[in-house]
Design a protein around this ligand. Structure first.
Ligand SMILES: [Zn+2]
Length: 413
């Protein structure tokens, strides 16, 4: 553990690096690293820039791992690994961020150029400044503080800047997990790619995601002669109401790690059926968005849905097709008392003075890919969650504070 004096020196160095951190954000933002699925050239140029800086700043073993990709001009999707040797190499403390960004979207929704960072009221505006350059800049400057002050971390520290996080990670962390054995079970892995405005939430688990499409088929007819048809819309409407009720009864279990602590089972999209009022629809299509607690199996949920939909279909003499259009079983959660959670919590408490709470969320994060391989990983950052929105921003104070959290973490024995 750092001495009180070390902590003071580290935090003072980080505070004094505010202009350099802003400068790095500007440079990173000016090199848009959009993947080919978003119509961009990938991360090669941004990775080359960061690589040069990391070497210049005294990181050791700065390495680029290239995943071959024939749909980008460079022919590869790069991930960068930069290390700071610790007093012990028994474990490595990883901070994993991603190089790629999502496209800015409609330009008229932006008040400023998304690729030119603007500083205003203590915030930086630009595409990528929060997602994921806040964590990237914070973790780089936490390491720079150690290097500049000649302080050795307790364990080896490694920064991993991956490609392709926004479109599936096949050329990023999944490639690394498949091709390189860089992680060890005892390692501590932090992913600063999500969080809450007060910095108290440590994301440790996810719900399974299942989007289900219901296609109800009856028989189209003139609205004045319902006896000659079979109203698929009436059957569908009854089915929605029935499913809504029985699903909530059946999957009512609570898990306090999650917010909300229950499965969410929502009827969402409804496809248009007939164009005119005086036609009885022969087909009715609707969807449910289900976020299921990891203790349930998605196959069981789907089987239950099918049986319930069939029972309503039978009653209304229609047929129903039930399809999962998106189905992602949740990875095993990182335990709330895992080492990475405890260490991160103590650093957060120290820097931000809030009580950290490990929590599960309804959406997917890249940490799930690590958890699926048996590595404990925690997602954390102090941020407003403006990722993917127009006028994305990062609070400069959070970027500096997060750097202090990482510096604290790196000192823990
Ligand atoms: Zn992200």
């Amino acid at each position: 553990m750092w001495s009180k004096e070390d902590i003071e020196k580290l935090f003072a160095w980080i505070d004094s690096s505010r202009p350099q951190m802003i400068e790095l954000q500007k440079k990173l933002t000016a090199i848009p690293a959009i993947g080919p699925k978003g119509g961009g050239p990938g991360e090669a140029e941004k990775a080359a820039f960061v690589l040069g800086r990391l070497k210049e700043w005294g990181f050791s073993d700065v390495e680029e791992v290239r995943a071959p990709a024939d749909d980008v001009p460079s022919g590869y999707r790069p991930s960068v690994i930069a290390r700071v040797p610790g007093r012990s190499s028994e474990r490595t403390v990883w901070v994993m961020t991603h190089l790629d960004i999502v496209p800015p979207g409609a330009r008229d929704l932006w008040d400023t150029d998304p690729y030119e960072v603007v500083e205003k009221d203590g915030k930086l505006y630009g595409r990528g400044v929060e997602d994921d350059q806040q964590g990237m800049t914070s973790s780089i400057f936490a390491c720079r503080a150690l290097i500049e002050l000649g302080l050795k971390p307790a364990f080896d520290v490694a920064l991993l800047l991956v490609a392709d996080e926004e479109t599936g990670s096949g050329f990023g962390v999944s490639y690394l997990l498949r091709e390189k054995e860089i992680f060890r079970k005892q390692d501590i892995i932090v992913v600063p790619d999500g969080g809450t405005p007060d910095g108290s939430m440590i994301e440790v688990a996810e719900k399974s995601i299942c989007w289900v499409k219901f296609t109800v088929t009856g028989k189209q007819a003139h609205a004045s002669r319902p006896d000659s048809g079979n109203n698929a819309h009436r059957a569908g409407a009854n089915m929605i109401v029935h499913l809504d009720k029985v699903l909530h009864e059946k999957f009512s279990a609570e898990n306090p790690v999650f917010d909300p602590p229950v499965c969410t089972l929502e009827p969402t999209k409804k496809e248009a059926n007939v164009e005119n009022v005086n036609t009885i629809p022969g087909e009715d299509v609707f969807y449910f968005d289900c976020r299921i607690l990891p203790e349930f199996s998605l196959d069981d949920v789907l089987e239950f849905m099918r049986a319930q939909a069939d029972s309503v279909a039978e009653k209304f003499h229609v047929s129903v097709k039930v399809e999962a259009v998106q189905k992602q079983q949740a990875a095993p959660p990182t335990p709330v008392d895992a080492d990475v959670v405890k260490r991160l919590a103590s650093a957060i408490r120290e820097v931000y003075g809030v009580e950290p709470r490990p929590q599960g969320i309804g959406g997917g994060t890249v940490a799930a890919l690590l958890r699926d391989e048996g590595f404990d990983a925690a997602v954390w950052g102090k941020l407003d969650e403006t990722a993917h929105q127009p006028n994305e921003y990062c609070h400069i104070a959070n970027m500096i504070g997060d750097a202090k959290v990482f510096a604290h973490l790196f000192g823990q024995e």
